[in-house]
Design a protein around this ligand. Sequence first.
Ligand code: SAM
Length: 248
Amino acid sequence: MLETNNIYLGDCYELIKEIPDKSIDLIVIDPPYQIDGKSKTQEKIDSIKNDITKGIYKLNQELIDNNITQGIREEIFDEFMRIMKIPNIYIWCNRKQIPMYLNHFVNKQKLNFELLFWNKPNVMPLYNHQYLNDVEYCLYFKGANVCDPKSYEDARTVFRSPTNINDKNAYHHPTCKPLRIIETLIRNSSKENDVVLDCFLGSGTTAIACKNLNRNYIGIEINPKWYKIAKNRLEGCDANGQQSFLLK
Ligand SMILES: C[S@@+](CC[C@H](N)C(=O)[O-])C[C@H]1O[C@@H](n2cnc3c(N)ncnc32)[C@H](O)[C@@H]1O
């Protein structure tokens, strides 16, 4: 059985089976996005003349190198439903994944949903006669009787916040989510002392948000590098193990 206020190194598709039925109040996850792109060598990327194409390849390569382009395996959805007391789950995703999530949680499970947006005003200016890549999506699926936003500010569906360079520099994770946004989701949809699960923990943002808001957390991360960084972060240290009073 996984204990609360602990983070685990391992594969969540296996470890989740150790979480008892109806024991989790809220799930907040940011699983790998589904990104189709072939690996490129640094030499090949450096040789690209067009800055826009080069920028896209560089971003994709960072995700491929960190093994976070494979999306989510749908088999875990039944486990989510089993462990939640009542359905209450936030899932970050890219545009391509939205139909798959809606199909399962709305069409099949008959849950209500909200679509939230993180709008990043400082994305790379990769304009190529296509819509900009300036938004990330967060789907919220819920059953009846879950907590809801307590203030007008927290009820907004669009979060405007630059890509968080500071956290990326401090914790090195390429897809580190802004702590302020994750705190808003948790504050809106849980109460103090509730148990929150993030089984794709990355650099530990959800666990830190829970600590700050007096929620209990369980975190799972498969990559030893991010697991260690999340552990350090929970102890108030950055990715280099340096204590910092400026970081949370
Ligand atoms: C998009 S990142 C999450 C970033 C996180 N929200 C943050 O703020 O740092 C997804 C994470 O899930 C991890 N992951 C991928 N497959 C996993 C699995 N089967 N079990 C546990 N973690 C996994 C990846 O290593 C990666 O760190």
